[in-house]
Design a protein around this ligand. Structure first.
Ligand code: HEC
Length: 136
């Protein structure tokens, strides 16, 4: 009887560690990003900014949006959450999307058990806001 339990435990271990690894990588990548620009040379919302948000924020800011903030599409992103100033076009430092990921003001996002945004991701978000936060 004891033997059976040990064997079961041993066979379950690799499956468990695999499940944990894939869970940790489900969102919040820290790989370098590909920065895609529009024909005008601006950072693209659809090809650069939105994929970053979908990777790091969708877990909590999708259909059942925490803080009333959804990042599902451009309209939702510019509308922001229950407080004002998620996106202030031309003013990255005044935009909560930036202060939250740079952790210079509360709330800090994503919550600290998830990987923080890498510098290249933050730079891309900042530049997109600087350039007018267009639906491009
Ligand atoms: C694990 C869940 C989780 C993830 C992932 C997450 N958030 Fe949040 N977020 C929350 C919760 C819960 C709240 C509401 C409570 C609060 O304001 O602290 C919130 C609120 C916010 C607010 C305040 C909204 C308002 O107007 O009051 C901002 C800004 C925000 N999140 C930005 C982000 C960004 C940007 C990302 C991705 C980089 C992100 N969050 C990822 C859980 C999450």
């Amino acid at each position: 009887m004891k033997k059976t339990i040990i064997i079961v435990a041993l066979t379950a271990l690799p499956a468990l560690s695999l499940a944990l690894t894939s869970c940790a990588s489900a969102g919040g990548s820290t790989d370098p990003i590909e920065v895609n620009k529009t024909d005008e040379g601006k950072i693209s919302f659809s090809k650069t900014v939105h994929p970053i948000l979908m990777d790091h924020c969708i877990r909590c800011h999708g259909e059942d949006a925490d803080g009333d903030l959804s990042i599902l599409n451009y309209e939702d992103v510019v509308k922001g959450g229950k407080t004002a100033g998620f996106i202030r076009p031309g003013d990255p430092e005044g935009s909560k999307i930036i202060t939250s990921v740079e952790k210079t003001a509360v709330p800090n996002m994503p919550p600290k058990i998830f990987p923080a945004l890498t510098e290249d991701r933050i730079q891309a978000l900042k530049q997109w806001i600087e350039e007018g936060a267009e639906n491009n």
